[in-house]
Design a protein around this ligand. Structure first.
Ligand code: MLT
Length: 410
């Protein structure tokens, strides 16, 4: 008799964004003519920039010629891309990395979901609340979470509430934790931490032999000076932090798939005898066993982002989305909503009006004005009563959404 992994039974029925898609499809079936504006999942709408397309096409052509054809590439990624990452993403921040500390992958979602495999099941996990659901769900699947309580929290996970009371910034855990997931600029709240604030987390991790899993997928959206783009800008972070980056939101690769994870060789965790082991070696072992790398044309396309013209073109796309964020912020403020984020991140986090629950507000927006957002409670119990809108829509749809919002009954 084949037995299932019963940890899966602890999960909510659907992954958050699949549940949203299910509700949209149901609504569309019932209202075939409805023109729905999707500001829910953070999926980009602007095309890949010309520099990327040009490089992509040339690389595809190379694969059609026996002289330039390539089969399996290095599982960790091609040196041509990794060296650009070191030179353009980290060196200007004063961060030096070796080539073998960077692992090119097919997404920060995959990497943040998979990274838990290299850690023991007895680790205590801490997550901010609200949080990107992948961090929690992947630990539930592995068996680190315990049961889901009536309060919407897994018994063995430590939740770090980000509420209005603390300005949506997590406080250090009151009990000892081993693995801490941080995402800044934050998904879903759009908030950021200063270097001093981030340093408190690095200091905590160093003092407690803990590891920080730092998701920096939205760093390209930071507009204000003085906000760290990488956790390695903080002294000591190279001993305790793994960083995840992605080209999905930076360069429109949500469908193309390319990202990378940094595992410095100085980051260690311990076996049951207390002996330290570099996590870089474990992640390399995991990736070489289970992953065959990102396709050559995609890595060539990603490399084009680092050319002068690529950088310029991408900057314009990011500015386009950040103008959307401003339009959403201003539109919501005019209507009297209490809002957060949208200044250094493509997400706007709003308090639902009239104490509506997050899903009730979701249904209201869909039914009354055919706008889709993401219910805050889908990101954790502290997200209840909040709602997330993304700036990744087209300008036309973003403006239309703000006009339509004037018509909701509150
Ligand atoms: C989101 O909407 O939170 C993101 O698009 C999800 C993701 O990047 O996987």
């Amino acid at each position: 008799m084949a037995l299932i992994n019963e940890n899966y039974l602890q999960l909510p029925g659907n992954y958050l964004f699949s549940e949203i898609a299910r509700r949209i499809n149901k609504y569309k079936e019932e209202h075939p003519g409805a023109e729905i504006i999707r500001l829910g999942i953070g999926d980009v709408t602007q095309p890949l920039v010309p520099a990327v397309i040009d490089a992509f096409q040339k690389a595809v052509t190379e694969l059609g010629d026996a002289k330039t054809f390539r089969g399996y590439g290095p599982e960790q990624g091609y040196s041509f891309l990794i060296n650009k990452i070191i030179e353009h993403d980290y060196r200007p921040l004063g961060v030096e990395l070796d080539e073998d500390e960077i692992f090119v992958s097919d997404g920060a979602k995959c990497d943040t979901g998979n990274i838990q495999e290299i850690f023991g099941l007895d680790n205590i996990i801490a997550v901010t609340d609200p949080v990107y659901p992948v961090y929690v769900d992947s630990n539930v699947m592995a068996g680190r979470s315990g049961k889901l309580g009536v309060d919407g929290k897994y018994q063995k996970i430590v939740y770090l509430p980000c509420t209005e009371a603390n300005g949506l910034k997590p406080e250090l855990p009151k009990t000892k934790v081993d693995l801490i997931y941080l995402c800044f600029p934050n998904n879903p709240t759009g908030m950021t931490l200063t270097k001093e604030e981030l340093k408190r987390w690095v200091d905590y991790a160093r003092a407690n032999q803990a590891i920080i899993l730092f998701d920096a997928a939205y760093e390209a959206y930071i507009q204000e000076k003085g906000i760290p783009h990488s956790i390695y800008e903080v002294e000591g972070a190279k001993e305790v932090a793994i960083e995840f980056r992605s080209y999905s939101k930076t360069a429109g690769f949500t469908g193309t798939r390319c990202a990378f994870t940094v595992v410095p060789k100085s980051v260690v965790a311990y076996d049951s005898t207390g002996k330290a082991h570099p996590l870089n070696k474990l992640w390399l072992r995991r990736q070489t066993t289970k992953f065959n790398g990102v396709s050559y044309p995609v890595q060539v396309a990603a490399t084009a982002i680092y050319t002068d013209e690529g950088k310029e073109q991408i900057k314009k796309v990011i500015a386009y989305y950040m103008t959307n964020a401003q339009i959403i912020r201003e539109g919501l403020q005019k209507l009297g909503f209490k809002i957060y984020g949208g200044i250094n991140a493509p997400y706007i986090w709003l308090k639902t009006p009239g104490n509506l629950s997050s899903w009730d507000f979701f249904d209201k927006l869909l039914n009354e004005v055919q706008i889709v957002g993401t219910p805050g409670s889908g990101f954790g119990p502290s997200g209840e009563g909040y709602f997330r809108l993304t700036a990744f829509g087209s300008r036309e749809n973003t403006e239309k959404a703000m006009e339509r919002l004037q018509n909701i009954s509150i």
